[in-house]
Each structure stands twice: as C-alpha cells, then as structure tokens.
Design a protein around this ligand. Structure first.
Ligand code: DSN
Length: 425
C-alpha cells in the first residue's frame, strides 16, 4: 500500500465512522494526527501495518468461538478456525516452541493463565521487582499475582544495575519457589534465561519467561531465546512484535493441555477472533526477512540514541542498552520522571516516566524516563534521526522555557513530516 492509498484508506475509514458517530470519528482523526506528527518513543508501543489493522477491523469481531479450532462450543467456526490455526502454526515457527495458545487478550492474562495452570494460592514465586524493571503481574503487592502468591522479589545489583544472578540463586535456594518469573518491562540489558533456568533446576522450580518487550529480537535471534530453557514463555503481541494488542502463551508439550484449559475456560471466555486473525497476519510479517532487518535497525537505533544522550551528559541505567530501550536516570536531585514526561510531551515527544532501581521517588513520579526505538524505526528513521532526537530531548530536559519546548515541537513536526505514517492528514 503506497502513501496515497493509505491516505484514502484511512480517510474512508474515518468517514464511515463519522456517518454514524462524528464524535468518535473526530477522536480517531485526532489520534491519527497525533501519531503522525509526534515522536513516539514509548518502548512498548509500535505502529502496526495496514494489513494488521484491517484484520483487526474485520468481520471476525462478530464471531463467538469459545473453545479451540475443531473443538468449539459454537457453530459456524470454520473460518475463524483457519485464522487461529494460522496464528498457532506461524507462532510455533517464529519461536520454535512445542505449543502455543494465541487466545490471551493481553500479556497480563497470558501470565495469569500460567499461574492458574501451575500454582496454588500461597505458593512461593520469585519475580523481578517492578522498580528494578519487572512487571506488575510478576508479583507486585497491588496485583492479583502479589495478592495470591507468596512473592519473593529479586532485582538488580546496586553497582551494575544489571540482574544480580548470584543474589537470585541465593533467594531461590532459601525460598525454594514453585516458579521463577523472569522477563521485564523496563530492563535495557540481555537477560540470561539459560542461567535462570539452571537455578530453577537446582532448586526444583519451574520458570516462566515473560518476553513481552523483547519478543521481536527473540524471534529473529537477536536476543537469546528462553524457549529451549523455560517451561513457559509468555508475550504480548503488540510491542516489538508489531502485531495487534494481545498476548500469548508458549509452553513445553507436557503443559499444553493445562495451559489451554487455564486460558479457556480458566481465565477467559470467548476469544477475540478478529485480534487472533491480526496476530496471524503479524506473525507472517515477522517471518519475512524484512522483519529481521527491522529489528536490527531497532537495536542499532537504540544504541545510537543512547550513546548520543550519554555523550550529552545524561546518565543511563546500567550504562547503556543491549535492546530496544533505555532508561534515562534524571537523578534524585534532578527533575522527576513525571516532569520530564510532561515537558517532552509539550515538545511532541512521547515517553513514559519510570522508576529507576533504588528510586527514592514514588512510581507515579519516578526519577527516570523510559525511551524506546521500535515505533520511530517502523517509520523508517535511522541513526541521523536518532542524533536529532537526542538533541531534541537534551534541549527540552535542560530548559525551563516553554518557548524552547514549542520550538522543539515545531522541529519535531518538520522531522516527522519526512516520515509519514498511515498517510498524511
Ligand atoms: N504497559 C507495558 C509497558 O509499557 O511496558 C507493560 O505491560
């Protein structure tokens, strides 16, 4: 689809909505303009292809299909079965797993299904602390995982700000968890899944690796895969994987039945068949050699952006990045992550505030900002643009002057105009 065709396609889509609901159509148009005109640096966001979007906005949203292909509780499932089978086959090919369930509506529900399948309330679980880069569903006290299981958090070392595998081993030996949960939502370094699996074997526990953020690099072999080492691997499908918003669970063959039962009827009812169709499309795209090239550019851009920010004097958690994201530590005495996020937002640069390891500020304020390159790379940006973006971020974070932020916003719009997304508005 070329730019003109995209423009017509999206204008038509909005026109169809506008005929029934002008208010929602206005919001759709405004969101498309926001995505087009700004710099999207939220590490967990991306821009899906028109094919993925079209599959999501398709008639498959009309269909109830509780159950699994060829074993449904509703009639008329022959075509949604095709979509789900394609998604399953392609996911297996992409990650080399024994079994996959593509029905989880989100990453949180994928994780919940694994816990439901394998753990009993009160069981001991090791999970990475949210403030060290983990995830709410890895045992945070405010999340069902933390409320249901006895969670022992692990984290990064104060010196290196990278995962402290020795401390993790000690915790595992002391607490003998039933499950070790690894993976992260704000961790810029390679995760040694083989080492964690070795610890789990030593203490007789299982491992669940949540690769929501790094699924893309894992799929193309640019991050070590947890699949050979871990009993369970969960992911979302919309981050580096660049598919529709959703989740999935991969597992070793002996757990296949338990996982399927945990997803349905355990934690979910009817699957979102339009989203599953879009997952199938996204997996086909990820199997194309062009996707490997895309991930290589995401990683290259992250290193370039990180290096350029460091050269301008900014501190990065762990001193750099090996993946698609970096965590800029604004410092306990500097402006907060919240202020940084707000300021950059005024300049048309979207990031999210984040705690940094051993942060003294609350999560809603935070001392860091998380920055990722998947979305800007999808737009076609490369190293020269990363240098420009680093300069924008530097100017905005160092200035109290709204006029400077407005000037950067103007320059951001100029830059993004050269990389149109979904057709110009
Ligand atoms: N909200 C996701 C992220 O931004 O990383 C994690 O669930």
């Amino acid at each position: 689809m070329n730019q003109v065709e995209r423009k017509i396609y999206f204008a038509r889509q909005e026109e169809i909505v506008a005929a029934t609901d002008p208010e929602v159509a206005t919001a759709l148009r405004a969101e498309r303009a926001r995505e087009n005109e700004g710099l999207e640096l939220i590490a967990s966001e991306n821009f899906v292809s028109p094919a993925v979007l079209a599959a999501m906005g398709s008639v498959m949203t009309n269909k109830y299909a509780e159950g699994y292909p060829a074993k449904r509780y509703y009639g008329g499932c022959e075509f949604v079965d095709v979509a789900e089978e394609l998604a399953r086959t392609r996911a297996k090919q992409l990650f080399g797993c024994d079994h996959v369930n593509v029905q989880p509506h989100s990453g949180a529900q994928a994780n919940m299904a694994v816990y439901l399948a394998m753990l009993q309330p009160g069981d001991v679980m090791l999970g990475m602390d949210l403030s060290h880069g983990g995830h709410l569903t890895h045992g945070h006290p405010l999340n069902y995982s933390g409320k249901t299981f006895q969670v022992v958090p692990y984290g990064v070392s104060r010196e290196t700000e990278t995962i402290d595998y020795d401390a993790l081993r000690e915790l595992a030996r002391t607490h003998r968890p039933k499950m070790i949960v690894c993976g992260a939502s704000a961790y810029p370094r390679i995760i040694d899944f083989a080492a964690i699996a070795e610890i789990s074997r030593e203490v007789g526990s299982m491992v669940m690796a949540d690769i929501a953020h790094i699924a893309g690099p894992v799929a193309v072999g640019m991050h070590p895969s947890p699949v050979p080492h871990c009993e369970f691997v969960t992911t979302t499908t919309h981050k580096t994987l660049r598919g529709p918003r959703g989740g999935m669970v991969m597992c070793k063959a002996p757990f296949a039945e338990a996982i399927d039962k945990a997803v349905f009827p355990g934690v979910q009812g009817g699957p979102l068949m339009h989203v599953i169709a879009a997952k199938a499309v996204a997996f086909a795209e990820a199997l194309d050699p062009a996707y490997k090239d895309y991930i290589a550019r995401v990683l290259h851009n992250a290193r370039a952006l990180c290096g350029e920010l460091q050269a301008r004097g900014w501190t990065m958690v762990s001193g750099g990045t090996d993946n698609h994201l970096m965590l800029l530590n604004l410092g306990a005495d500097g402006i907060s992550g919240k202020k940084g996020e707000e300021r950059l937002g005024k300049a048309g640069i979207t990031v999210n505030k984040n705690t940094v390891p051993f942060d003294t500020r609350k999560p809603y304020i935070g001392s860091g900002i998380r920055i990722g390159t998947p979305a800007v790379t999808t737009r076609g940006m490369g190293v020269p643009e990363m240098k420009q973006i680093a300069a924008f971020i530097d100017r905005v974070l160092r200035s109290e002057d709204e006029a400077v932020w407005a000037q950067v916003r103007h320059e951001v719009e100029e830059l993004t105009r050269a990389f149109p997304l979904y057709g110009d508005i």
